[in-house]
Write a protein of this length. Structure first.
Length: 82
């Protein structure tokens, strides 16, 4: 399955006519579920990896180390022994 996430400018986010007809939360939820349902395991794994990687790119080295210390401290021990 191919999908494209297109960023919107603020002016694209509001349209009072359609906002009154369509419940945004329900539409967004349905769209997310449809995307997930259409993904095979490898596609989902790649998406999760890319999303986490993009998020961690914004961390400073100190923040990254703190994150690893909190959730997977063994990784720091392994990197110090190699």
């Amino acid at each position: 399955m191919a999908f494209v996430l297109v960023p919107c400018t603020p002016s694209d986010n509001t349209n009072s006519m359609t906002d009154n007809i369509i419940d945004r939360d329900n539409l967004q939820d349905s769209y997310i579920r449809a995307l997930i349902d259409g993904m095979d395991f490898k596609t989902m794994e790649a998406f999760v990896y890319d999303t986490i990687n993009e998020n961690l790119e914004s961390y400073s080295m100190k923040e990254l180390i703190e994150e690893v210390e909190n959730y997977d401290p063994e990784l720091l021990e392994e990197s110090n022994t190699n």
